[in-house]
Design a protein around this ligand. Structure first.
Ligand code: NAD
Length: 478
């Protein structure tokens, strides 16, 4: 496959490629370009030139281009879902849903191009003071492996709608759908406005972060990489960096909540359908002592019944882990949890037999009696491992829920209005659900507090975040 740089589809200039295996079968799937710093420079220079004219294109026309891109993604929905399922190991039906979300966000930002307005500010007679929004120019976009096409398509929509040109680098573990998007976009998006470069984080990613012409960086990925990017960007210049990072998100269960409803929600909220590989996964369940035993019994029965399967299997509940490194990480946390004294109630072992034996499958795991201060409770695993810990009163629940460095999402289940409002107010997270899990309501701000990030996405603020305000003061009096 080839990259999209300056409107042309091309390999890496030195011909280097990366091999990508199918994590569900272990078989080689494809090779794709391993971009060098030179290739990234080509893309950024092309983007800088394109941005000069793109920002002058009328908002309605920018909107039409994004709408055309949405149409072509929708027309290739099954193909994209197939590519992502093969490349990433997640279930085909889930990856198909991702395509719908990608199309939705392309259309959503296409519809917002007229919302980039500034203000007029009262000033003395004979003067006029107003602000206007200007795009940055070149936006560097770095995305993770868990929702390949959904992020590749939806995370370019806002910066392009705002009049920027984009260079996007997908994860080296799931680059194929972004490359396919680039191929289709070549006939729709003006040359240089969208560039897709592939390669490793250490080489292509670093070159993008460190390029002096990239003034605006938006990163979705792990907290450790996010901090490294902030540091690296600051070495080069003053750059605006937004970060959508990891989570170790709590689900708090009060005894007045309906237990079956909460058990079902806990399973859904952990995103086992993506093998737990979701930043918003509610991976810590903090449950009141009065209902703890009954809750754990039902939770373990439900999670224990989840069936790993090949992405095509309509009866499968969970797919393959994306790569060997991630698999090893998950298995090492399962061992660590046991070493720390937590009780492994179900799962946590690799599937080594039958049709799944060559793939990277782990049975969904539940740990109980987890010490809130333990590493199992503190660190993001980004795998199918759920940690349960009991609490006695609301103060303790809040202490446990907020007692981690991350703060992306949180959920509380209760029928008591006062408790619901208190937790909505006091949970340290960017997105809080009450009697709900996992939903991203379109048009609402998604993002983290504390080490989970800076900035908000999926709403109008994401569009505005790709602009800078310029103030103009006119003295037209005599
Ligand atoms: P990662 O941080 O390893 O990689 C993300 C991207 O950054 C990849 O494209 C990678 O190539 C690139 N990269 C890596 N090192 C780099 C460097 N030094 N310079 C520049 N680029 C570099 O993350 P991952 O393993 O792909 O994804 C999992 C993580 O993403 C989890 O922590 C998860 O919580 C997080 N995530 C967050 C959100 C959110 O919206 N907050 C959404 C999805 C995933």
């Amino acid at each position: 496959m080839t990259m999209l740089i300056d409107g042309k589809l091309r390999p890496a200039s030195d011909g280097a490629v990366i091999d990508t295996p199918n994590p569900a079968t272990g078989r080689s799937l494809a090779t794709f370009p391993d971009a060098s710093a030179t290739d990234v420079d080509d893309a950024v220079v092309a983007a800088a030139a394109a941005a000069e004219s793109w920002r002058r294109v009328a908002p309605g026309e920018r909107s039409a281009v994004l709408t055309a891109l949405a149409d072509v993604v929708a027309a290739h929905a099954d193909e994209f879902a197939r590519i992502d399922a093969d490349d990433n190991g997640s279930l085909l039906r889930e990856m198909r849903r991702d395509v719908d979300m990608a199309v939705f966000y392309l259309r959503y930002y296409a519809g917002l191009t007229l919302q980039m307005h500034g203000d007029t500010v009262p000033s003395e007679p004979g003067t006029l003071t107003y602000s206007v929004r200007r795009p940055y120019g070149v936006v560097g976009r770095l995305i993770p492996f868990n929702h390949p096409l959904m992020f590749a398509a939806s995370k370019i929509a806002a910066p392009i709608a705002a009049g920027n040109a984009v260079v996007i680098k997908p994860s080296e573990y799931t680059s194929l759908s972004a490359l396919r998007l680039g191929e289709l976009a070549a006939d729709i998006v003006p040359p240089g406005v969208l560039n897709v470069v592939t390669g490793t984080g250490a080489q292509a990613g670093d070159a993008l972060v460190a390029h002096p012409l990239v003034r605006r960086l938006a990163f979705t990925g792990s907290a450790a990489t996010g901090r490294a990017i902030q540091r690296r960007a600051a070495e080069v210049g003053v750059k605006t960096v937004t970060l959508e990072l990891g989570g170790k998100n709590p689900l708090v269960v009060f005894p007045d909540a309906d237990l079956d409803t909460v058990v079902a929600a806990a399973v859904r909220g952990m995103n086992f359908t993506w093998q737990g590989q979701s930043c918003g996964s509610l991976s810590r369940v903090v449950v009141h002592r009065d209902v703890h035993d009954a809750f754990v019994e039902r939770l373990v029965a439900k999670v224990g019944a989840l069936r790993p399967g090949l992405p095509d299997d309509p009866d499968a509940d969970t797919g393959a882990i994306v790569n060997r490194g991630q698999l090893d990480k998950v298995l090492s946390y399962v061992r660590l949890g046991q070493d720390e004294g937590s009780r492994l109630c179900t799962g946590g072992d690799r599937v080594t037999d039958g049709a799944l034996g060559d793939g990277l499958f782990v049975r969904p795991a539940v740990f109980d009696g987890v010490d809130p201060g333990s590493r199992l409770a503190q660190e993001e695993i980004f795998g199918p491992v759920l940690a349960v810990m009991p609490f006695g009163d609301a103060e303790e629940a809040l202490r446990i829920a907020n007692g981690v460095s991350l703060g992306l999402t949180a959920s509380v289940f209760t029928r008591d209005l006062a408790t619901a409002h208190r937790f909505a107010d006091e949970l340290e997270a960017g997105y809080v659900w009450v009697n709900e899990v996992g939903r991203h309501v379109p048009g609402t701000p998604f993002g983290g507090v504390k080490d989970s990030g800076i900035g908000r996405e999926e709403d109008v603020d994401e569009l505005l975040s790709y602009t800078q305000l310029k103030n103009v003061h006119i003295n037209y009096g005599r």
